[in-house]
Design a protein around this ligand. Structure first.
Ligand code: ASP
Length: 369
């Protein structure tokens, strides 16, 4: 007898995806399984394992801050699901934000919720903005205005990075990467040690991933190591959260001492656009660089991840991952996972869109029955 596929999860504040606290371990496991099915179908050019109906959903991408991967893979994921996508070009410079418009007014205009009841101008919003809390604000605007019509049609807001806050879909990509890359003969999170380096204070991908790992603290033995400048350590509330969720953490000031202990090394760039110049220029950045010679110090099966971009500005050396490792990463060396990690943005975001719209389909069906 074939096993029934797991029921699609629903999470707190559904259908929005604002931060990783919203998700239970069960919901995250189902997202991983659904992503595996999408990745397989994409690779073999098979019919997609979609649960949502093909409707002309319109996904609107609003990136008020620079993006290479998140915007592109959100576009590709929606496109592969046959959704329509509209990208607002450089909203920070070319939209009315440049004329002093508030985010609330911009969201109301670009979704056209709360308007005349005509067709909406978006069915899903993917937003990146420099202010922490901006995605939650967008969700509030949409929810306040929505639902006056006969059919209450939720409009999901997906946080694609809110300042120094969170970047939840990146940590879904990170979790999925750990699932696909870690071969420990057991659950990929069992007995894992994850080493974080770089900007742990302002890096939103680090915040999201730490909160996400906390969701698994009851089920798996997870150890976290932090090795970075004392000025760039993780936020206190995250440390308290880790302790409450049975995640053991330690600070290891000397980076080379931390490397041989880790199964996953999560490098990040220093968020220089969010730093006050003074503390950026006084840091001895060479101390926390993953160098080629460290490959031989890795535990068997260990690998390096990075949410990207790596700061390779020649005016601003050193890069946090040695450029000598780039050819290895391009040739899919199992120890250098960062390009594979970023490519997984497409199946992860496709699986997420599909889960969200499958639930919205079900709501429509119920309301029109
Ligand atoms: N791309 C990631 C983000 O948007 C990481 C970074 O920018 O450093 O947060």
């Amino acid at each position: 007898m074939t096993q029934a596929p797991p029921a699609l999860p629903i999470w707190d504040e559904f259908p929005h995806v604002l931060h990783t606290h919203q998700f239970s371990a069960e919901a995250l496991e189902v997202l991983v399984q659904h992503t595996q099915a999408f990745e397989k179908a994409f690779a073999k050019r098979q019919p997609l394992p979609r649960k949502s109906r093909k409707r002309p959903w319109l996904v609107k991408l609003m990136f008020f801050e620079a993006s290479t991967r998140t915007e592109d893979t959100s576009w590709l994921a929606a496109h592969r699901l046959h959704m329509r996508v509209r990208t607002i070009p450089h909203p920070q410079t070319f939209s009315s934000a440049a004329k002093g418009e508030s985010l609330t007014d911009a969201i109301a205009a670009l979704t056209r919720v709360g308007g005349l009841g005509e067709m909406r101008a978006a069915d899903c919003l993917v937003i990146r903005h420099k202010d922490e809390g901006s995605a939650s604000l967008a969700a509030k605007v949409v929810d306040t205005a929505n639902g006056d019509g006969e059919i209450k049609l939720p409009l999901p807001v997906i946080n694609a990075g809110d300042g120094t806050g969170q970047h939840p879909t990146q940590s879904f990509v990170d979790l999925y990467t750990i699932h696909q890359e870690r071969r420990n003969g057991n659950h990929p999170l069992e007995n894992i040690t994850v080493l974080f380096s770089g900007d742990l204070k302002r890096g939103r991908t680090v915040n999201s991933l730490l909160y996400l790992l906390g969701k698994f603290g009851e089920r798996h033995t997870i150890r976290v190591l932090f090795s970075t400048h004392s000025e760039l350590g993780p936020k206190q509330d995250i440390l308290q959260y880790l302790a409450r969720h049975r995640i053991h953490y330690e600070f290891v000031p000397e980076f080379p001492n931390a490397i041989p202990q880790a199964d996953v090394i999560y490098m990040t760039r220093i968020q220089r656009e969010r730093s006050d110049g003074a503390n950026y220029t006084t840091l001895d950045r060479g101390r926390y660089v993953f160098r080629k010679e460290y490959l031989s110090h890795l535990k068997t099966g260990a690998f390096v991840m990075h949410p990207l971009p790596i700061n390779r500005d020649p005016e601003d050396p050193p890069a946090e991952i040695d450029d000598e490792l780039t050819p290895l990463a391009l040739k899919k060396d199992p120890r250098c996972a960062w390009f594979r990690q970023s490519h997984r943005g497409v199946p992860v975001r496709a699986a997420l869109f599909d889960i969200i719209f499958a639930h919205i389909d079900a709501m429509i069906k119920k309301q029109t029955a």
